[in-house]
Design a protein around this ligand. Structure first.
Ligand SMILES: [Ca+2]
Ligand SMILES: [Ca+2]
Length: 127
């Protein structure tokens, strides 16, 4: 088996970053099974918001980051979908219009930028 040099290097850098970051490293990347999580920064860093599987639209202009004061809307930059559902993200707070991003069941995304949805989601809905 080939050594995974690139991953090892990235891991070492992440550890260094965690040491100087103001947010506790233990909070990074956590998402409970059967939940959908949004993160403020790329690679599941920064503040986190965790969502139970539900039926209705969730207005992210009214949801705060866990333990934080600011709202999730227009701030999510990475996600983990640990549910068996597709999660649709919308630019509009009322989940109107077409969804701009569909998180497939049991999928993760380290950076929403390449989907043109960085700092954009204002509503989410499970299907
Ligand atoms: Ca962000
Ligand atoms: Ca928006």
């Amino acid at each position: 088996m080939k050594p995974r040099t690139a991953l090892a290097t990235a891991g070492a850098l992440a550890v260094v970053g965690a040491l100087v970051a103001p947010v506790p490293a233990s909070a990074d990347g956590v998402c409970d099974d059967n939940h959908f999580c949004l993160y403020e920064d790329d690679d599941y860093h920064g503040q986190r918001a965790q969502f139970d599987i539900g039926t209705g639209p969730v207005d992210l202009t009214k949801v705060r980051w866990a333990g934080g004061n600011s709202y999730v809307t227009d701030g999510a930059s990475s996600m983990k979908n640990l549910t068996g559902h597709t999660v649709h993200l919308y630019d509009a707070a009322d989940c109107s219009g077409g969804s701009g991003y569909d998180a497939k069941p049991h999928s993760v995304d380290t950076d929403l930028t390449n989907n043109w949805f960085d700092n954009t989601a204002s509503c989410l809905q499970f299907s």
